[in-house]
Design a protein around this ligand. Structure first.
Ligand code: GLU
Length: 419
């Protein structure tokens, strides 16, 4: 589950990189703070006629490189500390990816599975209304995250457009990304985070003589990121030997078929009940021997308690912030390599940028074009991080942060601080 001190974690990661690259202390002061923190409490009428109050958040960390950008999550663990940390990670991620955005994040503290689709629609629309002009197509652009999807983005879009004067509506379709394709979304956005992760993993595997064909791996989380990563790793010959989600864990040394499991999860909403593996407990899952591990669920999963259990050579972070500071240290001591979230899961926001560009230009790119551009963009990020790792003789998370901080520092120096 999310740690209450996740913002502290992101700040300590930041300070480590800032020390190593010699970040200007004045710029460090700016980046250590968020810019805007919007908290809204809003009422929604439930199906039974009663009113329920909800709390929603949008934290905008930095927009010096472009509009605020980042997802909205619906989860009971959402709180201001978590959303702050996730917003900061978005600033680094977009800077590393080389796209013209800043960082933001938001969400609603809610158990979404307790509500009917009609209630979720009203909650989403009322939240969008409460956010009002705190979001906007050239200002702050939400997207899907944990427990939010294309349908929820369509409701946000529709609500936002209702609030615009009629003449402006068609100019505002890029207020949100990750929309259904028919409503202005991009093909390839649904699989983009998993696809980007696989592109980064392939590049790293090539550089480190780590054959993916026949490699075994385990995944935590089988939502958008985990399921797409697994489905895309199948044709490369990698073998999924263990999976865990909120309903439990299972292993199978002969391999779990990602497509069959994804079909099961789409129907049942959980991995539990899938016949292709033996049910195991959390510790046994984490101790499963494999070549790599993809955490693709929530923050704070690889910690002082769990990092010693891992029996893999590499961790590829699909989730945001799955490894805390102790976890990082233990992995390094144990010689386990780690490809960090801000690089490995950047494919989602990169294709969000492509969707935004298509909307602005009234264009429609096909899947081959989206994939080719994603590959180029994320490989550029991979190379920049690789270079920073070599230049500073550091770990990949710190190297990735240095890439982001160098870019932000350059822009602050060029533009100066108003007035
Ligand atoms: N929620 C995703 C992330 O954490 C995507 C954000 C976006 O597309 O704006 O990167």
């Amino acid at each position: 589950m999310a740690q209450s001190n996740v913002f502290e974690t992101v700040m300590m990661q930041f300070n480590k990189a800032a020390d190593l690259m010699g970040l200007d202390p004045e710029i460090r002061k700016i980046l250590s703070n968020t810019t805007n923190e919007i908290v809204v409490n809003f009422p929604v009428v439930m199906d039974n006629g009663c009113v329920q109050m909800f709390t929603g958040y949008r934290v905008q960390h930095n927009n010096v490189l472009g509009p605020y950008k980042g997802g909205l999550r619906f989860h009971p663990a959402v709180n201001i500390d978590e959303v702050r940390a996730l917003a900061v990670w978005m600033t680094w991620k977009t800077a590393i990816a080389g796209i013209p955005y800043g960082g933001a994040k938001g969400g609603i503290q809610i158990r979404p599975w307790d509500y009917s689709p009609a209630e979720l629609e009203r909650i989403t629309r009322r939240f969008t209304f409460a956010l009002g002009s705190n979001i906007g197509p050239e200002y702050d652009i939400p997207a899907p995250d944990v427990n939010t999807n294309a349908q929820i983005m369509a409701w946000i879009l529709d609500t936002y457009l209702q609030m615009m004067p009629p003449l402006e509506r068609n100019r505002c379709v890029h207020v949100v990304t990750g929309k259904p394709v028919e409503s202005g979304g991009s093909v390839g956005r649904d699989k983009a985070t998993g696809q980007g992760l696989v592109y980064v993993l392939e590049a790293w595997a090539k550089d480190h003589s780590f054959p993916l064909s026949g490699a075994t791996y385990i995944i935590q989380g089988f939502g958008n990121v985990g399921s797409w990563a697994a489905r895309l790793l199948k044709p490369l010959g990698a073998v999924l030997v263990g999976i865990e989600d909120h309903s439990g864990a299972m292993v199978n040394p002969d391999g779990i078929d990602p497509d069959a499991l994804a079909a099961h999860v789409a129907k049942q909403g959980r991995a539990q009940g899938y016949a292709g593996g033996a049910v195991v407990d959390h510790e046994t899952f984490l101790s499963t021997k494999a070549d790599f591990f993809i955490p693709a669920a929530l923050e704070g999963q690889i910690t002082a308690e769990t990092a010693p259990l891992l029996n893999v050579k590499l961790v590829v972070e699909g989730a945001n912030g799955p490894t805390d500071l102790d976890g990082d240290m233990i992995l390094q001591e144990r010689g386990i390599m780690l490809l960090p979230d801000v690089l490995a899961n950047a494919g989602g926001v990169i294709v969000s940028y492509f969707e935004w560009l298509q909307n602005k230009r009234s264009e429609f790119w096909d899947l081959a074009e989206v994939d080719a551009r994603l590959l180029k963009q994320i490989l550029g990020a991979y190379r920049r991080v690789h270079d920073a790792v070599e230049r500073h003789g550091t770990d990949w998370r710190t190297g990735a942060y240095i890439v982001a901080l160098e870019r932000l520092q350059t822009v602050y120096r060029e533009r100066g601080i108003f007035p």
